[in-house]
Design a protein around this ligand. Structure first.
Ligand code: SAM
Length: 217
């Protein structure tokens, strides 16, 4: 089995366990990130793709004039998101599908914004996933990420690196570095890191906005 397939199956098993309790654990702590990310996406346009939508905690934060599509690799998390969309009458949610961020099935230039709330650090080949986000984005659109995005500096960086192999088993990633996203944008040349915003609690999480330069054609 390929490394990518095996990592995908690990994520599916981990989030099958998380699905029934996820909202109770994460709703409060991630709310500020979800709210800010949804507002930034809506400011970029109406057609929004959310990668790693999970149980759909962000969905209710998008304004109702938006058209939101969510994907996730875990069928158990997507099932919760579908229940939530129905129960809360989230009519702006167009589709919720099981899909891997490394291989999106959407046509090129389908969305004004692509959001990745608390997922990029868990994706085995984040640059490949970001290339997919770029492909489905319209010129001038934005990729908006929220996560624990450390810079690796000092004692905190050393601890994050040391505990990474342990926390991986519960679906966390502590050693992902923000430079990786900035380097991806610089290498491509058609994206600029527009903003890095602190998120509750006290900047522990961050949002980074990558703006497509809107080349013609
Ligand atoms: C920490 S949860 C975040 C869920 C949601 N975005 C939120 O903020 O509450 C990470 C989610 O990413 C999903 N995920 C992990 N790897 C993925 C991949 N390669 N493609 C799509 N989704 C993935 C997991 O199944 C899980 O639902």
């Amino acid at each position: 089995m390929s490394e990518l397939r095996s990592r995908a199956e690990d994520q599916q098993k981990i989030y099958q366990r998380w699905a029934p309790v996820y909202d109770r654990v994460y709703r409060g702590i991630l709310r500020d990130g979800h709210r800010k990310l949804a507002a930034l996406a809506a400011a970029a346009g109406t057609d929004i793709l959310e990668i790693g939508v999970g149980t759909g905690l962000t969905l209710g934060h998008y304004p109702r004039h938006c058209r939101v599509t969510g994907i996730d690799i875990s069928e158990h998390m997507i099932a919760r998101a579908r229940e939530k969309a129905k129960r809360e009458n989230l009519e702006h949610v167009q589709a919720l599908e099981v899909m891997d961020a490394h291989a999106l099935t959407f046509a090129d230039r389908s969305f004004d914004a692509v959001c990745l709330p608390f997922v990029i650090t868990l994706i085995p080949e984040p640059e490949r996933a970001l290339d997919e986000c770029a492909r489905v984005l319209r010129p001038g659109g934005e990729i908006i990420l929220a996560s624990k995005l450390g810079d690796g500096a000092g004692l905190q960086g050393a601890i994050e690196t040391a505990v990474a192999p342990l926390v991986r088993h519960i679906g966390w990633s502590s050693a992902f570095r923000i430079h990786r996203i900035v380097a991806w944008a610089e290498r491509r040349g058609d994206f600029a890191a527009a903003d890095i915003l602190p998120v509750f609690p006290n900047g522990f999480f961050k949002i980074i906005r990558l703006k497509q330069r809107g080349l013609a054609g």
